[in-house]
Design a protein around this ligand. Structure first.
Ligand SMILES: NC(=O)c1ccc[n+]([C@@H]2O[C@H](COP(=O)([O-])OP(=O)(O)OC[C@H]3O[C@@H](n4cnc5c(N)ncnc54)[C@H](O)[C@@H]3O)[C@@H](O)[C@H]2O)c1
Length: 412
């Protein structure tokens, strides 16, 4: 067990909350922060429902701060209150289309926030950081599967450029100050949810990532899936991506932190993917078979700037971090479907319902100290089983009908 304290920025979000499960289970103490720009807040300015549920899953406590990384003083207070050993930096905004419309918003939020974080870390002698990067930094692949030595920077959108610039910034400061120890993880396409169905992806900004979109079609909130491009040079003409289960991704972060603790590498990049290229239609068929539903879809023209095929060579992470993705595509679909059908409104209902249970809600920059007891955790697990039966009922009643989406405003 680690016993070390990790600061998780963007902890209320999709990957941050799933990663926090793995961190707590690996023995890390977690201090998390978020400004809720793309996640559901608690009923007051306190613990978000995603992290409340992480506490329920793990039976462990999280200290949470409502904090915007653009508020450097708020961030400094967190570092003053806790002995932080290392940081995982998830906090960013990530919608490709929006980034093209509002480039300054993206440069400000993603770059200034990261600069603030790095400055405050340096002030407090904290030099270990895992950064959420993306395969989008590779641009249009020259060869497949992509290794970490593939050229980066020929990025077609503002969001991707923020990731590329931050990678460059990490390079420069690791040269200037040898104390820094960075790992940048280049994620491929995270999908799925925690197998309990208690936590999953629930963005508050308009979204078009493939699985949440599919799920919205499935529960009847959207009429069909639009697939952009059916005449690409791929097996079935649709775009190919490397989908990775979010819990595999989460484990990759624990492996990265272990590596940082054991070795001073200054700066390393690792791909986190499965290595399998899956087309949109293959994903759709798998989802149909897992959810026993028929998915309506329409194939439209290609979109400018979309990448045809992108999948990882993840052998560096396997060799150096001892990490390998284990979940299969059907498991990714099943876990996401469980989350969606158990929580058709995402966390929103739960945020309201849990309001009465809160003992305290604190203002900006103050920690939530509420700890759920073990009984509550056990009850939730039993509810999880009960809810699983409800999914079956929904399916039998025909409510759990068609699914699916395309590669839409996905960042990859
Ligand atoms: N999901 C993907 O497909 C994907 C792929 C590659 C890389 N990434 C990167 O992984 C990270 C996490 O992604 P995610 O899918 O969990 O996104 P997410 O939007 O679910 O989570 C990000 C969290 O950061 C918070 N946040 C944003 N700006 C902040 C700020 N200035 N201060 C404090 N909190 C802030 C948001 O409110 C949100 O809760 C991001 O950096 C993203 O760019 C995601």
């Amino acid at each position: 067990m680690s016993g070390r304290t990790v600061l998780v920025t963007g902890g209320a979000g999709y990957i941050g909350s799933h990663c926090t499960v793995e961190l707590l289970e690996a023995g890390y103490n977690v201090v998390a922060l978020d400004n809720f720009i793309n996640s559901v807040p608690g009923p007051g300015p306190g613990m978000p429902p995603s992290l409340e549920r992480v506490q329920q899953i793990t039976g462990r406590h999280i200290t949470f701060y409502v904090c915007d990384l653009l508020d450097k003083q708020g961030l400094q207070r967190i570092f003053q209150e806790h002995t932080i050993d290392c940081v995982i930096h998830f906090a960013a905004i990530k919608a490709v289309g929006e980034s093209m419309q509002f480039p300054l918003l993206y440069y400000k939020n993603n770059l200034i926030a990261t600069i603030n974080l790095l400055e405050v870390m340096e002030e407090h002698n904290v030099y270990q950081l895992v950064f959420s990067s993306s395969c989008t930094v590779y641009g249009n692949p020259e060869s497949l599967p992509i290794t970490e030595t593939h050229p980066t920077g020929d990025v077609t959108n503002v969001y991707g450029r923020t990731k590329h610039f931050i990678e460059g910034m990490l390079k420069d400061i690791s040269v200037a100050n040898k104390k820094w120890n960075f790992i940048a993880l280049r994620y491929f396409n995270p999908v799925g949810a925690h197998p309990s169905g208690l936590i999953g992806e629930d963005p508050t900004k308009a979204f078009t990532n493939i699985m949440p979109y599919m799920a919205q079609v499935a529960i009847g909130n959207k009429p069909h899936l639009t697939i952009f491009g059916g005449d690409y040079d791929t097996e079935d003409g649709t775009g190919v991506r490397d989908y990775i289960h979010v819990m595999d991704l989460a484990k990759g972060h624990v492996a990265a932190l272990d590596k940082l603790q054991k070795e001073h590498q200054r700066l390393k990049f690792y791909n986190l993917g499965t290595g399998n290229g899956v087309s949109v239609l293959q994903l759709l068929k798998t989802f149909e078979s897992v959810t026993k539903s028929k998915i309506p879809f329409k194939i439209c023209d290609r979109r400018e700037g979309d990448i045809v095929s992108m999948y990882a060579n993840a052998s560096l992470a396997e060799n150096e971090l001892g990490w390998k993705a284990k979940f299969t595509l059907p498991q990714m679909c099943a876990d996401f479907w469980r989350w969606q059908t158990l929580n058709p409104d995402g966390y929103r209902k739960c945020a309201e319902a849990n309001g009465s249970r809160k003992k305290s809600t604190n203002g900006h920059g103050l920690p939530m100290t509420e700890i759920y007891n073990r009984n509550e955790v056990e009850n939730t697990k039993q509810n999880g089983n009960f809810q699983q039966k409800n999914v079956e009922n929904l399916r039998q009643n025909g409510h759990a009908h068609s699914i699916f989406s395309n590669i839409t405003d996905n960042e990859h």
